[in-house]
Design a protein around this ligand. Structure first.
Ligand code: NAI
Length: 722
């Protein structure tokens, strides 16, 4: 794995090049080969003046082997500890064998890649496109267990190491990494990379790490543990705010490893780091997060749910119909991706207002130095506001985002249809109307597809693609390509009222509202939502969405069920929502909801009349234990997801997990709504058993679906059974 080349000056260039993989990772071979290379470096030390460490791959080093890391069982902490210690012992040998070592970072150095580079005496990065540097382990529920905590603390000081590198897992381009202090130099060409590295070696024959120099002190000083602990709530305030007591152990383990490790020498600090690392590796949360944020996301970004056999599609010109909140955001995302956009509304003034939305975002980006004026102008120039259907001439994509009315949607498609290219994709951003029904209103239903964006479009990464009964596979493939073209994360689902995301999020909110009727304190319900890990507590979210929306969806769904000869079963929350609407408390947009709002529309506090108004509104009566509150929200969404699989609305685990986390805020620590079921204590049988207990206490809606019971009996989990 390490190619060895010496030059006439005694400089050894070690080129990492795993022959069995397209990227270098910390697999078993790496460990063995690193040991062998170190043996040789030590043996031939006298003829070596310095070492350049680089890579033959596109990336410098891809990091830890996640396949391996996700497979650790609860009883394998010692194995994880030993593995972490083994790599650190080797890296310690590299930085202390007596000759200077430079990392010539030719591409991304994330996680283990940066940890290797941190164990060298100097880091030079190539400013290659897409090259990222950082320690993103926290985003996978882990901590950098190859010396990443120990060395960033010693290089940057504890505050910067935690806040700039470890706790949020920022991935930076080489120049930003240089500003942070993670790399020392940045060069522009691969040739320069190696020559600069060699020049540095010649100028620094005696290099040692700063922490191996006598009298070394951690930059910014070493905090005392009690003092640090006392300041904990205030110090990384953003951490607490971010976690809201959700069960995310990684940030806490990182903090403990950093603080405790700063009190001792580097070798003992390494042991502390390994201990906290092992604790995370054997825990369920890291398995959940690795599954979702690495494997599921990777599968989706490779077009996981895209039908096979169709050529890649690139949209050239899009007509966005409706320049309101959604249309304006969609126009922006398309223009950023280089697509020519016609933004059409009923009047030019409306359309221009929609374009202004992009201008505001771009002005802000320019003023913050995140975008150049030239690029911002070019993006804006791609958006043509319009009121005329003929401006759609030649468009190969339509994204409709007018009011939520089937007749209006039908009408706006008919209006522009004559001007479109013959095989244009006809997309609708409806949030509630079934795609199959809407498709009956257009001339080519096979080209009609749901493109469900989330608000605000420029920030929300998910695109839920919905196949109606007549949507062709070719159109679905194009829709996935378009999503990736505009840098969204696509999931593909089949038609159903509320599709996947709205259907599932509705159950979360309904469950929370039902608890009001059982006597649960409103503040406790909100707290339970936050502690379960939801980014927005349920009553707050309901106010944002407006209470008439679920009412309307419920009514339409009821009609659908009854028209199909079924029996409509309501939810205990229905009466509460109806009463709130009767009282004029429809949510933030009406100035009052579960919360009170001031004159500027700012949320002030929960409405004091909630308990008086609703306690006893449902059959079951409280008090609801706090753990049950959390689990009822999570289980309601998980059980609805199983129904979506049973009904053929969902097709892959990755779509369920990523769709739930990125679209509707299902807690990230769970690894997504399907992974939550698999990762529940006791696995799928444990989940089924708990569902039955909840069903007994709170109603039949918690009864586990037969498909789930069958899988549990067969000893399967969801991930492997699909
Ligand atoms: P909005 O009310 O902000 O914008 C609708 C726009 O359509 C208005 O600017 C209106 O002037 C325009 N319009 C009406 N008739 C038109 C016509 N004949 N031709 C061209 N434009 C016309 O609504 P919003 O929130 O942007 O929603 C649009 C669609 O997106 C709806 O179908 C909604 O269900 C869906 N959606 C909304 C989400 C949200 O969070 N607001 C999320 C996902 C989907």
């Amino acid at each position: 794995m390490f190619r060895w080349e010496s030059d006439g000056d005694g400089i050894v260039t070690l080129t990492m090049d795993d022959p069995d993989s397209s990227a270098n990772t910390m697999n078993a071979r790496f460990g063995t080969d690193l040991e062998a290379t170190l043996d040789r470096l030590e043996a031939e030390k006298d003829s070596i003046s310095g070492v350049v460490l680089t890579s033959a791959k596109k990336t410098f080093f891809a990091g830890g082997n996640l396949e391996d890391l996700r497979s650790y069982g609860p009883s394998e902490a010692q194995k994880a500890y030993d593995q972490s210690q083994a790599i650190k012992t080797a890296l310690r040998r590299l930085e202390t064998f007596g000759r200077p070592v430079v990392s010539a970072i030719n591409g991304a150095a994330l996680g283990g890649g940066l940890e290797i580079a941190l164990a060298t005496h100097h880091r030079i990065a190539l400013d290659a496109k897409g090259s990222k540097i950082g320690l993103p382990e926290v985003t996978l529920g882990l901590l950098p267990g190859g010396g990443g905590v120990v060395r960033t603390v010693r290089l940057l000081g504890i505050a910067d190491a935690l806040l700039q590198v470890l706790l949020q897992g920022q991935q930076r381009n080489p120049r930003a990494a240089q500003e942070t202090g993670l790399v020392d130099e940045v060069v522009d060409s691969p040739e320069e990379l190696i020559s600069t590295a060699k020049e540095w070696l010649k100028a620094n024959p005696e290099a040692v790490q700063p922490w191996d120099v006598k009298g070394y002190k951690i930059p910014g000083g070493t905090p005392s543990v009690p003092k640090f602990a006392a300041n904990l709530p205030a110090f990384p305030a953003n951490l607490r705010k971010q976690l809201k007591n959700a069960p995310m152990p990684a940030p806490y383990n990182i903090m403990c490893a950093a603080v405790e490790g700063s009190q001792v020498d580097i070798d003992n600090a390494a042991k502390i780091e390994s201990r906290y690392f092992a604790d995370l590796v054997v825990g369920q949360v890291s398995t959940n997060m690795i599954n979702a944020f690495f494997f599921d996301l990777q599968s989706i970004n490779k077009g996981g749910s895209r039908p096979d056999g169709y050529e890649k599609y690139t949209a050239q010109k899009v007509v966005v119909l409706g320049a309101g909140m959604m249309g304006a955001g969609i126009a922006y995302s398309c223009a950023v991706a280089g697509i020519e956009v016609v933004l059409k509304d009923v009047s030019l003034a409306n359309a221009e207002k929609g374009k202004d939305y992009s201008k505001k975002i771009l002005d802000k980006a320019v003023s913050r130095g995140k975008q150049t004026q030239e690029k911002a102008d070019a993006i804006l120039a791609r958006i043509t506001p319009s009121e005329k259907p003929e401006d759609a001439q030649g468009a190969d994509l339509v994204i409709e985002a007018v009011f939520e009315s089937p007749d209006l949607k039908k009408q706006v498609f008919a209006e522009i249809y004559p001007y479109l290219s013959a095989d244009a994709v006809l997309g609708s951003n409806t949030s509630t109307l079934p795609i199959t029904d809407l498709a009956t209103g257009v001339e080519r239903p096979e080209d009609f597809v749901g493109l469900h964006f989330f608000s605000p479009v420029d920030k929300m990464p998910l695109l839920e693609i919905i196949a109606g009964e007549r949507t062709s596979d070719a159109t679905l493939a194009k829709a996935v390509d378009i999503a990736l073209q505009i840098r969204k994360t696509p999931i593909v689902v089949s038609d159903s009222r509320g599709f996947f995301t709205s259907r599932v999020i509705g159950t979360f909110i309904n469950e929370a509202v039902a608890m009001l009727g059982e006597g649960a304190a409103p503040a406790a319900i909100e707290q339970a939502g936050s502690q379960a890990g939801y980014p927005a507590p349920p009553l707050q979210l309901m106010d944002e969405l407006t209470l008439t929306l679920p009412q309307h969806i419920r009514e339409e769904t009821r009609k659908g069920v009854e028209a199909a000869g079924g029996t409509w079963v309501g939810h205990p929350s229905d009466a509460i929502v109806d009463r709130m609407v009767e009282l004029g408390r429809k949510g933030r947009s009406s100035g009052a909801g579960f919360y009170e709002y001031d004159a500027e529309g700012k949320r002030t506090h929960l409405w004091s009349g909630l308990q008086e108004q609703f306690h006893g509104a449902t059959d079951s009566d409280g008090p609801v234990p706090f753990e049950d509150m959390k689990e009822r929200m999570l289980f309601a969404e998980a059980l609805e997801t199983v129904k979506c699989f049973d009904e053929g609305v969902l097709h892959t685990i990755a779509d369920a997990n990523i769709g739930s986390i990125m679209g509707i805020g299902f807690p990230a620590w769970t690894g997504g709504v399907a992974q939550y079921i698999d990762g529940y204590p006791g696995g799928l049988p444990g989940f089924v058993e708990r569902s039955r207990i909840l069903a007994k206490a709170y109603g039949d809606r918690f009864d586990p679906p037969a498909s789930l019971v069958e899988k549990a009996e067969k000893g399967q989990n969801l991930r492997d059974s699909l």
